[in-house]
Design a binder for this molecule. Structure first.
Ligand code: ADP
Ligand code: MG
Length: 333
């Protein structure tokens, strides 16, 4: 799959999200010091219309925060988010509600994200009634059509989430996200909670829906196998920053950033490309409350030099639509 050279659908610039911990009333009267957790730090990337941008990184590196901030489900601390040419960080609550029809999210855990007391008809039809888009009689028809396109049936309308399997529940979550005809969909670990055999079915379904409905995806996973399969381009995140980005095939064949190399070393190499360097990740992910100075990866990087300990590498443009944030990229070692 090569990335279609389409117009930009989403352009994110220097997006930052800081969570202020200890800022509650009880913490204030207990005089606890304020804690700032920079979950996403000055991230820039764009998504082209019709492509799937994969976002990968270890658990806790800020993928969900980035996704939710891009949709303004969490308010950004700084930065801009241009969607279809409009900076959505400047929109009022009302304007944002209208725009939200075009930007939707599929969550990891269909168990937690579906209201257990609502029927499938209510869950999938709710966005239509909230947005006042369809009349009562019409809603059922639209819901039935949507259920059929995600592989469910009209017989399921009156059933409740607990009456479905995990895979079927994710189909309900997908139907709910797509009922408003969005153009951009964030898939936040949509298969991570499912059995491997079911994962393949849901990934295939998301691919079919993308083609049929002309969708654009930001697809998040901590699984490089899944990301490699679904993405046109891949962005690699480490402790709140994008450290590498590029077209899928090239990035998997010749990763530039040591962190990407380490992620790929953990999985067997299946393509026929040149043998990849194998790097073992040592140590734990540092706390985002006190990230290491310089390159945040230097504490786990087998190649780190003195410069990496105090100078933060910028995400630099490399050949062939590729980017990496590493002092040692393209320098002999
Ligand atoms: P990922 O999706 O990559 O696993 P998250 O975006 O969920 O990562 O989390 C990134 C960091 O932000 C973690 O350290 C997490 O504890 C913290 N975090 C996430 N959500 C919140 C929140 N609502 N309030 C405070 N901290 C949060
Ligand atoms: Mg997450």
């Amino acid at each position: 799959m090569s990335a279609p050279q389409h117009r930009l659908l989403l352009e994110v610039r220097n997006l930052e999200k800081v969570y202020h911990l200890n800022s509650g009333f009880l913490q204030r009267i207990a005089r606890q010091p304020p804690l700032n957790l920079r979950a996403v730090g000055k991230v820039s990337f764009s998504v082209r219309s019709g492509e799937t941008l994969g976002l990968i990184g270890e658990s806790g590196c800020g993928k969900s925060t980035l996704a939710r901030t891009v949709l303004r489900l969490h308010e950004p601390t700084a930065g801009s988010i241009a969607f279809e040419g409009t900076d959505i960080t400047k929109l009022s609550h009302r304007e944002m509600t209208l725009l939200r029809r075009r930007m939707q999210i599929i969550f990891q855990d269909p168990y937690a994200s579906l209201n257990p007391r609502k029927s499938v008809e209510e869950i999938v039809g709710l966005p239509l009634s909230i947005h006042g888009i369809a009349q009562r009689g019409e809603i059922r028809d639209r819901v039935v059509a949507m259920l059929e396109s995600v592989g469910l049936k009209s017989a399921h309308l009156g059933r409740f989430p607990h009456q479905f399997s995990g895979g079927q529940r994710q189909r309900i979550g997908i139907a709910r996200a797509l009922i408003l005809n969005p153009s951009f969909v964030v898939c936040d670990e949509p298969v991570s909670a499912l059995d491997v055999s079911i994962q393949a079915q849901i990934i295939a379904l998301l691919g079919t829906l993308k083609r049929e409905l002309g969708l654009t995806y930001l697809f998040i996973s901590h699984d490089i196998g899944v990301i490699g399969h679904v993405s046109d381009r891949i962005a690699v995140m480490y402790l709140g920053d994008i450290v590498e980005m590029g077209p899928t095939r090239e990035l998997l064949r010749s990763p530039k950033h040591p962190y990407t190399k380490a992620l790929l070393s953990a999985v067997p190499q299946i393509d026929a490309g040149p043998k990849r360097e194998r790097i073992k990740l040592t140590g734990d992910l540092p706390s985002p409350l006190s990230p290491p100075p310089g390159c945040k990866f230097h504490t786990r990087c087998p190649f780190a030099i003195e410069r990496c300990r105090h100078e933060t590498p910028a995400l630099r443009n490399l050949e062939g639509d590729r980017m990496a944030a590493c002092h040692l990229v393209d320098e002999p070692r």
